[in-house]
Design a protein around this ligand. Structure first.
Ligand code: ZN
Ligand code: ZN
Length: 140
């Protein structure tokens, strides 16, 4: 297990994310929601138990909710000042699983490889395959 420090753009929120060696990789999400919320071709994430995230500064982030593909709500937690998305909670994954944005962990930006790509069906046509790509989510 390794603990990585995260920080939003303005620095109001800081947090620790604890990942196993297997989890110390980016999962690229190519869904359209990630493109719209993040303004890029994909988002970079990891799926972890809720206990693996500790907000160490700035308190509880703000929350934006929308209905996901499944009809369940997705709560996106972000910094109210700079709007950086810190983590998401998808109702469909149950109460104890969250999705953290690995792009906000400086060490992950520097050192993580890509573990998998999800929502390949929405991938931009000029993007090359980097890792195993799933049409939507990997079969559970
Ligand atoms: Zn911020
Ligand atoms: Zn996505």
């Amino acid at each position: 297990m390794t603990t990585y420090q995260g920080k939003c753009h303005c620095g109001q929120h800081q947090w620790d994310v604890t990942l196993t060696e297997d989890q110390s990789k980016h999962i690229l999400c190519h869904c359209d929601t990630c493109k719209i919320l993040g303004g890029g071709a994909f988002s970079m994430n990891q799926i972890i138990p809720k206990s693996g995230l500790k907000i160490t500064s700035g308190g509880e982030p703000s929350c934006y909710s929308y209905k996901g593909d499944s009809g369940n709500s997705v709560n996106c937690y972000y910094c109210s000042k700079c709007t950086s998305h810190i983590y998401h909670h998808q109702g469909i994954m149950g109460p104890d699983t969250i999705v953290v944005r690995t792009a906000l962990l400086p060490e992950a930006r520097k050192n993580f490889d890509v573990g998998a790509e999800i929502y390949g069906k929405d991938k931009l046509k000029w993007e090359k395959e980097i890792a195993t790509t799933f049409d939507t989510l990997p079969p559970s």
